[in-house]
Design a protein around this ligand. Sequence first.
Ligand code: FAD
Length: 474
Amino acid sequence: MFKRVIVWFRNDLRVHDHAPLFYASQKAEEVIPVYCFDPRNFGKVNLEIDKTGNHRARFLIESVDNLKNNLVNLGGDLVILQGKPEELLVDIAKKYQVDAIFFSEEVTSEEKKVELNLEGHAWKHGIKTTAYWQSSLYNIQDLPFPVMQTPEVFTQFRKECEKFAKVQPTLPTPKQIKFPNNLNDLGEMPELSTFGLKEPDHSSRSVLVFKGGETEGIRRLQAYFWEKDLLKVYKETRNGLLGSDYSSKFSAWLSMGCLSPRFIYEEVKRYEKERKKNQSTYWLIFELIWRDYFRFICKKHGEKVFQLGGIKNNVDKWSRNENYFWRWANGETGIPFIDANMRELNETGFMSNRGRQNVASFLVNDLGIDWRWGAMYFESQLIDYDVCSNWGNWMYVAGVGNDPRENRYFNIMRQAQNYDRKGDYIRHWIQELAEIPGFDIHQPFELSTSQLKNYKVVLGSTYPHPLVRYKAWI
Ligand SMILES: Cc1cc2nc3c(=O)[nH]c(=O)nc-3n(C[C@H](O)[C@H](O)[C@H](O)COP(=O)(O)OP(=O)(O)OC[C@H]3O[C@@H](n4cnc5c(N)ncnc54)[C@H](O)[C@@H]3O)c2cc1C
């Protein structure tokens, strides 16, 4: 039994199914939950892009705030710090005679480095550290292969996990958290301006009002599964583009750990028992296995997932045309399907899976631009940015991952035909084209100047000429 334990919260901003919190509440007389805003996660990176953009930063602040409330409801509280966790946590531990620091283990290099520094620093001061694995559906210990032998191909990974591994039950939320009563400096919640960011405008066009925090995440699950009863049609609707209900939208809450994947799994199982079991209910779990797959692949391959050649060491020739890149990023390529998706991302911090695949393929395959620029831009903008899912998916699209299908080329016009035949998605996001009827809205560059005039469009003025055009699209 410990006298005092710090629980360091990272991308696990919840009290349900939380291993460090659960074990601390069992093993320690008093628990000090801490969250640390690390300045290294903010500020500018290459191309003057914000490492964390304002949508995600806002979601993060809301999630930390909600975590604090949920801890207070359990009798605890949350200490909020700003600085390097590896230094500040040890300072607090020394000040309040803490015996151990419990935290959730991460996968990729930046996060690992912080963990290692913390462990080294704490050890020097006689403070124990314990890392718990908890970010995936399948526990790392339960994989039917050593993680360094994770199958390269998703289907093999999935089949082995489904056959030989078991999803562990969720851990109960602690009934009570005993917080030391002599701890009076609880720190302050930062504002977006602390990180040099502006408050994002509220978008009335967003698929959903994404509000950070465990409470909202559970509310979304409750609505999607139980109130709207949508899980049973997920497989048919999941490739949609418009509205709140075509897919679960769990990703933002999953990426900050506001929702535990095992909790979702248990709710799917309950739904299957109480409502319906079909291909759709299975498919949501299937997608969560994709999430696991990228996590374990990133663990296996380390730094490679951030390098140009990726896992394949496939150093093709990539362009670094900044002008083209920014036209892509700003939604000004002159190709409506790309622009609409990028505008949605910039305005709301979210984009559908179908959209992500198309804009990523367009950047790397049609424009030939360094895929890491795209991944970096998504990292900044996505409200649901998850290091493994993002860099893993980008590698995949760029053909430097481990996809056995060589060509991940998406034919933009064919995709538009399949997923937005009437052009409603474009009309929603590109006002200046809104008057063009039907599918024509996807290809204003195919219309004559007089036709365009009827629709109040002047290419090169009200909407850009297309950056590129391929015969293959027609
Ligand atoms: C280029 C690119 C970048 C991406 N970057 C991210 C990212 O940073 N963070 C992120 O969470 N997802 C990422 N994805 C995966 C996927 O697009 C999103 O998870 C999904 O669109 C989120 O919407 P949803 O929660 O409604 O998904 P649903 O369709 O409801 O799926 C349920 C959950 O399954 C998981 N999932 C679904 N598809 C994938 C996938 N392809 N890879 C990994 N997990 C998946 C997610 O956790 C998702 O919340 C990326 C995909 C591409 C092509």
